[in-house]
Design a protein around this ligand. Structure first.
Ligand code: SAH
Length: 230
């Protein structure tokens, strides 16, 4: 069964966007994944289909209304829809490869993209939304964050990556960052490929890659080793 994503957004024209090309694009073409968008404004209130209002308590910006979002969510999840409901949010749980893998093993996801100052807090509990962040910075909307999440999920779907083994050694599939890669030419601007890689000794190559992965992880992200000691 295809992975079915339903995106609630004020900018449906942003999708599939970059997901329409290359690996993800081919997965969408084959029907391994489906990205459906729903325009939140279709559920807006009044003649002008208002979706937002001023923040209670005052302050700058506008807040997406809980009632409007609830209508959009309810119209997008038929009875028996067990897909997780995600809200892209800088306050959310950090997006990790483990979470991506869990999503890819499931049926899909309903993803709410915020805009403006954010959304009325009550909708999070009211509709069981899980907040997910793609990093410690603030975007202008949840759409690009949703694309990041979907790109990571789609490449893990069965049959999407040409060589299924290529997923295994990558950064974050193990707690280590990936080892360096090289390809032809053997010498470029005076820089040579590490000789062990041309030795034909597969055991030595494996040991070198492992050592390099450990060195790079220790240098750049010691927190990954501490978080998940082997
Ligand atoms: N006022 C909010 C930021 C709102 S940004 C705050 O300070 O926390 C508008 C929308 O962009 C958010 O509702 C969310 O959907 C999305 N967004 C912004 N940064 C994000 C991030 N790091 N990860 C995921 N979504 C993000």
């Amino acid at each position: 069964m295809a992975f079915h994503a339903t995106i609630l957004t004020l900018y449906p024209e942003m999708f599939p966007g970059p997901l329409g090309v290359s690996l993800a694009g081919r997965a969408l073409e084959r029907g391994d994944a489906v990205i459906e968008t729903r325009q939140i404004r279709d559920f807006g209130r009044g003649k002008h289909r208002a979706v937002d209002d001023t923040p209670a308590g005052g302050g700058a910006g506008m807040v997406l209304r809980a009632d409007v979002l609830a209508d959009a969510i309810d119209a997008s999840s038929p009875a028996g829809d067990t897909r997780p409901r995600l809200l892209m949010s800088p306050r959310g749980r950090p997006l990790t490869q483990g979470f991506v893998r869990d999503l890819a093993a499931g049926e899909g996801a309903l993803i709410v993209c915020g805009r403006f100052e954010g959304i009325d807090e009550r909708i999070i509990e009211g509709r069981g939304l899980v907040e997910v962040s793609i990093g410690d910075y603030v975007l202008s909307g949840g759409e690009i964050a949703a694309m990041v999440l979907l790109d990571a999920v789609i490449r893990l779907l069965p049959g999407v990556m040409g060589n299924d083994l290529s997923g295994i050694h990558e950064s974050f599939e193990t707690p280590l960052l990936e080892h360096p890669h090289y390809t032809r030419p053997a010498e470029w601007e005076g820089r040579v490929i590490p000789p062990v890689l041309s030795s034909g000794d597969h055991g030595a190559v494996e040991r070198w890659r492992r050592a390099e992965a450990e060195r790079i992880t220790r240098e750049r992200r010691p927190d990954l080793i501490e978080r998940d000691p082997e």
